[in-house]
Design a protein around this ligand. Structure first.
Ligand code: GAP
Length: 513
């Protein structure tokens, strides 16, 4: 199965089992907007809990807030979003499709890397054991040609983005021979800047309607509450403020399912530090955040850092944590050293002093900020794609299983009476009620036990608990483990502790040290 086929199956599976639905589906949907179904919302909540607790419980100097989506419009002038939160867009005149110019070039660069990888594979097959990859990469003329194209496009793109040179961006597309994926032609328009913020009106028209924006990031809600939290919480630098909430961007190139949406959720943490300390803390958060991802057990090789070529208008260092999705390595989290840009500008634009008095140094200053910013929906997609497996079992039977880390699984256990009679459903229901105060548990008595196991595998339930005739005699049940499919006999009295331990976030947190 190709990665593309796998991704299509994942999207279909997400819908079929109630994880994710296209928004407004009965009205033919709304592009790049999605709804979370009954299982999707549980998965998403568990991911948020993993992040929130890792930030606010494991760090005694990080607290959380929940700021409003609507904010004073001047905030977005101070933050630079009104002036600079733009995407460079280009249209193909034949297909009438609109693209981000930098994404077209990045795709071209990625294609050159794919071509190099193919050359290597071909040569490896041809030369067998005697193949020297390093020598081949250094000397093969076709590899040199692909590398030269890649490096030239990359270098020119970085310069054009830094210089905000839209003509040059177009020229790179033309010179690289990039064609529209739909029409296959090179009939490109000029490149134009397009602001990504959604506007709406606040107040009644008679009072004079005011344009406000749907926030494009949650971070500004943290910055404008810096003094409130610092003073009321008696916080001492270094300290952090965490927030989870919706953000909105009018993405033109919205694609890859929930990877790039117009309405999405972010989990952001701003860490306030002494000026001059920011790069040390940047490094700390870079490592700490990578550990958080890797603790999920999806394989360290599927993660990498990508340091930014073009720094955002507020940053003096920035990196992305990328995960290898079925459509390649892509950003899931950004870590930025944002300097004193935001607090400094809010001080300027609001006319209010935003300073911290450092009792250790006896100085007042505008703190510097290191930000960690991760998309909840991209995490959901990461967890879904890493967990999905079509497994062939001994004897040729197949099953579809979602290997969710137990702490993130939407349903923790299913309670299944072996048959629908002899008092087994009553005992099973009693057991379900005993577990449901602590965990999301399902009861299922329909179809054969094998079919019920498969249904639970498909939604990633880590434990199936079967109540059988022996249960009536000795108050034990069979616990079937999702991944190994092994079964063990467990006393009902021991079940709450056993499940509680296995699905606890503590298991993940233990890997963060
Ligand atoms: N406050 C900094 C900030 O917003 P960003 O790199 O623009 O930085 C941070 O966004 C994270 O938000 C990204 O790493 C990504 O996970 C998520 N994100 C951004 N745009 C998104 C979109 N259109 N759809 C889904 N997630 C998005």
């Amino acid at each position: 199965m190709t990665q593309e086929e796998l991704f299509k199956k994942l999207v279909a599976h997400s819908k079929e089992y109630g994880f994710i639905f296209p928004s407004s589906e009965i009205y033919d949907g709304l592009s790049a907007v999605y709804d979370y179904g009954q299982l999707g919302v549980e998965l998403k909540n568990n991911i948020k809990r993993y992040w929130w607790d890792a930030m606010t419980k494991l760090n005694d100097n990080i607290v959380g807030i929940d700021s409003a989506i609507f904010m004073h419009p001047r905030i977005w002038e101070a933050s630079g979003h009104v002036g600079a939160f733009n995407d460079p867009l280009i249209d193909n005149r034949d297909s009438k499709k609109r693209y981000r110019a930098d994404v077209l070039i990045e795709d071209f660069i990625a294609k050159q890397d794919e071509k190099i990888a193919k050359e290597v594979e071909k040569a490896r097959k041809k030369f067998g054991d005697s193949f020297d990859e390093a020598k081949f990469l250094a000397t093969n003329p076709r590899v040199a040609e692909h590398k030269a194209k890649r490096d030239e496009a990359h270098e020119r793109m970085v310069k054009a983005l830094n210089d905000n040179d839209l003509d040059e961006l177009r020229q790179i597309i033309v010179d690289s021979g990039i064609v529209c994926p739909i029409s296959g032609t090179r009939n490109w328009t000029e490149v134009r800047q397009f602001n990504l913020m959604f506007e709406t009106k606040i107040g009644s028209v008679s009072e004079g309607a005011n344009t406000i924006y749907l926030r494009p990031e949650t971070a500004q809600g943290i910055f404008v509450n810096f003094l409130n939290v610092q003073k009321t919480g008696r916080m001492k630098i270094p300290f952090g403020i965490a927030q989870i909430g919706k953000a909105f961007r009018n993405e033109i190139v919205a694609r890859q399912f929930i990877f790039r949406m117009r309405e999405f959720e972010q989990m952001e943490m701003q860490f306030f530090v002494r000026p001059g300390d920011e790069l040390r803390w940047f490094d700390h958060w870079r490592q700490t955040r990578m550990k958080w991802h890797r603790a999920l057990g999806f394989g360290d090789e599927h993660y990498r850092f990508h340091d930014h070529d073009k720094l955002a208008h507020y940053a003096n260092a920035a990196t992305d944590i990328e995960y290898e999705f079925p459509f390649g390595f892509k950003e899931v989290e950004g870590i930025h050293s944002r300097t004193d840009f935001d607090l400094g500008n809010h001080q300027k634009f609001s006319g209010k002093k935003i300073q911290y008095f450092d009792t250790e140094t006896g100085e007042s200053y505008v703190p510097y900020v290191v930000e960690t910013s991760i998309g909840v929906d991209r995490m959901v997609l990461q967890v879904l794609s890493a967990s999905y497996e079509e497994q062939t079992l001994e004897g040729g039977d197949t099953r579809l299983v979602m290997h969710f880390p137990p702490a993130l699984a939407p349903v923790k256990a299913a309670v299944l009476p072996l048959v629908k009679k002899d008092g087994l459903p009553e005992v099973a229901r009693e057991l379900m009620h005993a577990l449901k105060a602590d965990h999301n548990v399902q009861y299922d008595e329909k179809d054969s036990i094998g079919k019920r196991y498969r249904r639970q595998d498909a939604i990633g339930t880590p434990f199936c608990i079967t109540v059988d005739h022996q249960t009536l005699e000795d108050r034990t049940v069979t616990v079937r483990h999702r991944d190994s499919m092994e079964q063990q006999r467990v006393a009902i009295a021991d079940l709450p502790a056993m499940i509680g331990e296995e699905v606890s976030l503590r298991k993940l947190f233990a890997k963060l040290n």
